[in-house]
Design a binder for this molecule. Structure first.
Ligand SMILES: [Mn+2]
Length: 195
């Protein structure tokens, strides 16, 4: 079973995350940050990862700790669920359009965290959500999931579309990278023999 459950509690957030990599993209994500829940739903749906997220965070300060810490916990859950990565395709990429927005995501489930984030959001807020938190989320996911992740905005006008296209592009790339390659299902996809 490629699944994982993580709980993470600090003075700032109290989080539980459950994922199943071989799911159907069913989700139940509740962080009390509406736009972020909407993005987590996209991640689940388009990566076909079943996902349940609960977070009780210090939202009286702002959304920062909630978004960053869910990224940490989701990254940890991904790393745990991937296990020794036997049989996975390892690499994934996606060029994803959403109306005016066009985002490219390319990733390597290498065990080596690296984020290249070239996504300038044209507004500071989407509703009450700070758009700079989108990068914070992917930084945490990359670091704790051991993912080399490149995300580039090729075109875009609307901040909601751009952020959502980024989540969907990463989701689709993750789906491809996590899929088991039937031609090499028993091997770790590295000439080093481990990832
Ligand atoms: Mn939307």
């Amino acid at each position: 079973m490629r699944s994982a459950a993580i709980t993470r509690k600090t003075a700032e957030t109290d989080i539980s995350v459950k994922i199943d990599l071989d799911g159907t993209g069913t989700y139940d994500n509740r962080t009390s940050v509406g736009f972020f829940d909407h993005m987590l739903d996209q991640l689940s749906r388009h990566a076909l990862i079943d996902m349940t997220v609960r977070c009780s965070g210090d939202l009286h300060i702002d959304d920062h700790h909630t978004v960053e810490d869910v990224g940490i916990a989701l990254g940890q859950a991904l790393a745990q669920a991937m296990g020794d990565k036997r049989g996975i395709r390892r690499y994934g990429s996606c060029l994803l359009p959403m109306d005016d927005a066009l985002v490219r995501a390319a990733l390597d489930l290498s065990g080596r965290p690296y984020l290249v984030w070239n996504v300038a959001l044209p507004a500071a807020k989407i509703g009450s959500f700070d758009t700079e938190l989108v990068r914070e989320f992917f930084q945490a996911l990359s670091t704790h999931g051991g993912i080399t992740l490149h995300v580039d905005l090729l075109h875009g006008i609307n901040a909601h579309h751009i952020a959502e296209a980024a989540f969907k592009a990463v989701a689709r790339a993750l789906r491809d990278a996590l899929e088991v390659d039937p031609r090499k299902a028993d091997a770790v996809p590295s000439t080093k023999g481990m990832l």
